[in-house]
Design a protein. Sequence first.
Length: 558
Amino acid sequence: MKYKIFIATSIALSALFGTGCTKVLDKAPLDSYTDQSVWSDLTLTEAFADNIYNLLPTSTYDWGNSINRSYILSCASDEGFNKFDYAGVRSVITKGILSPDNAGDFDIWAKNYYHIQNANLLLSKIDGVPGDESTRNRIKGEVTFLRAYAYYQLVSDYGGVPLVKTPFDLNSDFTVPRSSYEECVKFIVDELDLAAQLLPASNNSSNIGKVTSALAMAIKSRVLLYAASAQWNPTNDRAKWEAASAAAKAVIDLGQFALYTGNYADIFTTFNEELIGVKLSGKQYNWNAFDGVEMMSYPSGFHGWAAFAPTQNLVDAFGMADGKSIADAGSGYNPQKPYTNRDPRFYADIVYDGRPLGNPAYVDYRVSSTNPTGTQAEFYEGGLDSPQGLDTWNNSETRYTFRKYMDTTYDFNATTQTNKFWILSRLGEIYLNYAEAEFHLGREDNARKYLDLIRQRAGIANPLTESGAALEKRIQNEREVELCFEGHRYYDVRRWKIAEATQNVDIGQVIINRAADGTKTYTYQTLEQRIFQPANYLLPIPKTEINRTSLQQNPGYN
């Protein structure tokens, strides 16, 4: 089986010119390292391993490369809208015309197998690299985790994939059949267990951003939750739910993490006790090829691009301050006062018309008699952040932007982006994983307990009383709200087998008109009609790969 896989470009093969070269040509190049030197120096081996970290999602958008699986996934689900069609999300994914020919940058097949090849190469060499054994074991644990993560991403997108466990060379037999989903999950879980044994329990100030045994356990929890869900467990095998429950509880029982009880928005911008694992991003200059989450998501009148925006659908998923759905009788929701008395997470996660944002010192150009500090978002027609505002090209089509992950002290006049992390896992997700597994095992009291812990942390005091199908719906809603803009919704609706309902929907926007006396009227309308085909529960294997290998294509794409 041929893969579009290459050895890392920073590693140069030695002895290209034989032994008859002059002494000048015999010298090692100063801008690269020979294959032999990498596998004889543990420092260089670690540098090789660090390159494999690039497969993890980050808070930056990497133009023209295989897609970064972070906030782009929001716009491929009903929670987000991308006006610029990055990675073909609007023109292909949400139009329901996905095929083996057109997945483009949304496809991760080649990217992930590239990193798997490099992981296999390192794991085949590292035991022979001299140096400190504890350092060697840590590097081995990191790369074992990263290879498992690459396969977790692949099986989430494609189902069962070829399990390649040893490095290819020019003499390899490239024909490797697809393993079953179950075989892949077993391999991933076994590798995560091995990584957890080799990795340190936690990070310190010198290795922030490195993977740990706790993160390996957290990703195991997610993998087993997915495997137990309807997409992959149509018979509702109880043993799979027991495994998912035990994996989540094992992370909780570590006692290393706690729900963050400070300002909720700070979970996503500060290092805190809830974070299990993050991927760091280096500071980048504005307007370069790697633009950060603030540039991508701020409203246009603040000099952001509003490229990734919440849908009205997501806004409506946030309930009221007392925990009731906006559709519940007696909730008090008023569509003409839509931002009053909502779930506290709404105010932490969403920028809506009238919401303060940013540092007044950086937005003095926005000051007016109706916006005395300049910080109020103005999505109403004619407002600074509207289609008629300061930057008509970048206005939010939905009339919302994301507040989550935003550094509100960010200065667009500065020369660098923030050094922002992307959350790979946090304890809030693990509580939700555990609650869902416990529900499916019939332990509803425990499910409600962990859901209530999440809700109470957010500021919702009323305990849950739902049971049965209503409780399952509540679990799904809590994940949609608590984990929005974190890359979960795309996979959740697929594993629950509800994507035909949630993805075949009209994506909503709000149009706000402001009268001379300052009163506003809100009109809700369709922004985009989306289509989801049954085949779209999985991505198609790229046609180029099928042509090379004759692999079996996923259903619906032949």
